[in-house]
Structure formats: structure tokens, C-alpha cells
Design a protein around this ligand. Structure first.
Ligand code: SAM
Length: 424
């Protein structure tokens, strides 16, 4: 059944929300104040999901999307609007989330750092493979949308979907995913992820370079799983990235920030909160390869990084040595299980940069109970879990002092923010 609705606002996830007699309707690829003809496609409890058929009254910030796959491919949600307006939408969503979930009215965003480039910013991609198709999943589906090019990816890997199809065609046994990571020197490492990896992979690294015309310096064959397991590796296992005066080693299996134009900005946004005060000790939870631990080490007497991923911990240890840092130590541990260690260190400064799931109550309880705690810097890629955790901190006497937003993911709904908290 078709109907016309007016979009009130955009919610986290990128969909427009319309209030109607029937209930709340969510519509993708629309903008606030637009009148839209929609078709209802699904109902779940009292929520209704629709697709837009026609924009009857347009928001003045609506533009033509740059990418031919926009609206079909599930990778982008905001290409139909100007970049300035994307930033406004994200600020509104962040504030609204803090009100609704964090119960903080009128939160101020003290600084917003837009991405210097809106396209060609991603150093990393996880392409899906289905028969001959290479691309990304369609929104809310497991159908692989076949693409030749993704303009969010760095220039050297933007055409990788098309190039990789040449490889896929030649493979008898096809991987289900192909992951690429490319550094500022345009060197690439690749992961081919299989449900059942082949015993003998037919191509050498040289041959793969020749087939794909990509500057692949190393590739691994992996068995799929929550943590894909390496079965065979050829060529380089690590790439290096220089950010300011710090050189990071990043292994094929470690996390690193994805927007090449925001590397320095996100590190500075964290360090700016540390550098004017001295701290005798700090703990950096979810530290990855030491992205924040290494620069923060200059402003504290001792810093400990905690990270669950073994290869990231190995990179972090190497990165401390490589950068002549002698006051940083790294532990491979689940953050929730590092509570005894935290209590022993009794840090004055705590940095968090968790995955989307945010923090556990155990960590929040034990950090809140630290006798010498002066400051928490919480880097978040999900405003809903950030707002939830900030509410829990507030209930334990630790209050939000500052909130910054840094756009790591133009054209998408993802929101990165940095919250600074301190004991009352
Ligand atoms: C968003 S990344 C941040 C990494 C790093 N701070 C950076 O900026 O590059 C989150 C990191 O948390 C790690 N991680 C995920 N779950 C964890 C857990 N339960 N305990 C410790 N580390 C975890 C991941 O391996 C990943 O390196």
C-alpha cells in the first residue's frame, strides 16, 4: 500500500523517521522535512519499514549521488545530500542519542572535525563474493550487489572490485570474502576468506599481481569465522603507516583507523586532552597497534595498552620499540578480564576505544572505583553504546565534560565521537 508521509528526522542507521496514524515508519534515502510517497515493505511489532517511491517535496540539501550503485548497494546511506548537511545530520543524531539514551539534555559538541576528503578516504575494504559477483551486501540483505568501483576507497583500490573479478573468474574454488588494506604508499595486503580453504591455492603472489593489476604485497588464505584463521601466507604480513612522526607497523590481522585523511586528526583530538596535564599512569583499553598508546606515552610516566587481538599486541610492542618508547607495556587480554591489572596500576588516565558494543558493566564499575582517576577519554564508533555507557558512568559519579565529533566515515551513517569524562 502506498502513502505519503513527511520525514521528521534522520535516526542513527541513516533512515528517515515519519510519525503517522499507523505508527512510526522508517524510510531510507530521504531527508528531514521531505514529503515522500512510500511503499510499506515490512512491519515488526509497532515499527513499520518502507521504501521511498517518489520525493514529492525535496529538502534543499538534496543532491545527485556521485555513485551509480547508491541506493542499491548497502555501503552508503547519505550520498543524496551535501557533505555539510551530512555533518549537521550526524550532529543532530549524536545530540538526540545523548538525550534519549544518555538522559543528557542539550549536550554541546565542542568541536566537529569533518573529513578533509569526502571520497577516496578508506584504506580498507571487506568485499563479498557470490559466484561471479564482487561487491557489498544490499541494505539489510545478504544479496551481493555486483560493483566495479567504490569511490569511498583510496584511489589505488577504488577499482579493486573490477580487478578482483579477473582473479575470481580464474579460481575454481571461490572465497566468500576478500579483504584489502592499502597504506599511504599504496601497498596492499589481501585476505581471501573461505568457508573451506583450498588445500593448494593455484596462484603465486606475482601471478596475483599480474592478474589483478593491484600492488598486492602479501596475501593470506583464511578459514572463515568470527576470528578468521590464517592457513597460508605469501609475501608481506605487515604494512607500515607514518602518522606525524610516528611509524606504525600494522599486520594484515590488526585494526587501524580507516580514514587516511583523519589519521592525524583523530590522534591529535585525543592527545589534545592529555598534553596540558601530567599523568603518572594511564591505561589504554582496546589499544589496537598502539595508535593512541604510542603518542600518549610522551605525556604520562607509564602507560599500559590492553588488546584482545594477538597480532595487534605484537604490532604494538614492535611499534613502541620502533619509536623509542620505553614507558609503554602491552597485554593481550579481554578488557573485562583485565580488572585486577587495572586496580594494580590504579591509573589517573583511562583511554577507551571499544568496538561498537561499547563497554561492559564490569569495566565501568572498576574504572569508576579507581581512587586516583582524573580523566577518561572515550573514543566511540557507536553513539548509542557511548550514550548508554556515559549514563552508567554518571550514576557512578563520573560526568561528561566534553564531546567532540570527528567524521571518519563520510557518505555513511557511522558516527565517531570522543567523550571526555571526569570524576565529580
Ligand atoms: C575500534 S578498534 C580501536 C583500536 C585502536 N585504539 C586504534 O585506534 O587503532 C577496537 C580494538 O579493540 C579490540 N578488542 C575488541 N574486543 C576486545 C576486548 N573484549 N578486549 C580487548 N580488546 C578488544 C579489537 O581487536 C580492536 O583492536
Amino acid at each position: 500500500m502506498n502513502k505519503v508521509v513527511e520525514i521528521e528526522k534522520i535516526v542513527y542507521g541513516g533512515k528517515g523517521l515519519a510519525r503517522t496514524d499507523e505508527g512510526i515508519i522508517f524510510v531510507p534515502y530521504v531527508l528531514p522535512k521531505e514529503k515522500v510517497e512510500i511503499k510499506i515493505i515490512d512491519r515488526k511489532k509497532n515499527l513499520i519499514f518502507a521504501k521511498p517511491l517518489q520525493i514529492i517535496e525535496k529538502n534543499p540539501n538534496r543532491i545527485e549521488p556521485e555513485c551509480q550503485y547508491f541506493g542499491i548497494c548497502g555501503g552508503c546511506q547519505f550520498q543524496h545530500t551535501s557533505y555539510d548537511y551530512q555533518i549537521e545530520l550526524k550532529q543532530d543524531i549524536l545530540k538526540e542519542t545523548f538525550q534519549r539514551i544518555g538522559k543528557i539534555q542539550d549536550v554541546k559538541i565542542s568541536q566537529t572535525i569533518p573529513s578533509p576528503s569526502q571520497f577516496f578516504y578508506r584504506n580498507k575494504t571487506q568485499l563479498k563474493v557470490d559466484k561471479k559477483n564482487v561487491g557489498y551486501f544490499m541494505e539489510e540483505s545478504h544479496h551481493v550487489v555486483d560493483i566495479n568501483r567504490c569511490i569511498l576507497l583510496k584511489e589505488d583500490i577504488a577499482n579493486a572490485p573490477e580487478n578482483l573479478k579477473k582473479l575470481i573468474k580464474k579460481l575454481e574454488k571461490k572465497p566468500e570474502e576478500i579483504h584489502l588494506f592499502s597504506n599511504l604508499r599504496n601497498e596492499i595486503v589481501m585476505k581471501l576468506i573461505y568457508k573451506n580453504p583450498p588445500k593448494n591455492f593455484p596462484f603465486s603472489l606475482n601471478k596475483i599481481q599480474e592478474i589483478t593489476d593491484l600492488n598486492i604485497r602479501g596475501f593470506g588464505i583464511y578459514k572463515a569465522g568470527k576470528f578468521p584463521r590464517l592457513r597460508k601466507l605469501e609475501g608481506k604480513k605487515f604494512l607500515y603507516e607514518k602518522v606525524g612522526d610516528i611509524k606504525y607497523r600494522i599486520s594484515i590481522d590488526s585494526f587501524f583507523q580507516v580514514n587516511i585523511f583523519q589519521y592525524e586528526n583523530i590522534i591529535n583530538a585525543v592527545i589534545d586532552e592529555i598534553k596540558d596535564e601530567g599523568y603518572n599512569s594511564a591505561v589504554d583499553f582496546y589499544c589496537g597497534v598502539g595508535t593512541f598508546t604510542i603518542p600518549a606515552s610522551k605525556y604520562v610516566e607509564e602507560i599500559v595498552g590492553i588488546e584482545i587481538n594477538k597480532s595487534a599486541v605484537e604490532d604494538a610492542v614492535e611499534n613502541a620499540q620502533r619509536n623509542d618508547i620505553y614507558n609503554a607495556t602491552f597485554y593481550q587480554a579481554d578488557s573485562s578480564e583485565a580488572i585486577e591489572l587495572l586496580e594494580e596500576i590504579n591509573p589517573e588516565l583511562v583511554i577507551f576505544d571499544p568496538p561498537r558494543s561499547g563497554l561492559t558493566k564490569e569495566i565501568i564499575d572498576s574504572v569508576s572505583g579507581l581512587p586516583d582517576l582524573k580523566k577518561i577519554i572515550y573514543v566511540s564508533c557507536d553513539p548509542t553504546t557511548l550514550a548508554r555507557d556515559i549514563k552508567l558512568f554518571k550514576e557512578r559519579g563520573i560526568t561528561l565534560e566534553k564531546l567532540k565529533m570527528i567524521d571518519m566515515f563520510p557518505q555513511t551513517y557511522h558516527i565517531e565521537s570522543i567523550a571526555v569524562l571526569a570524576p565529580d
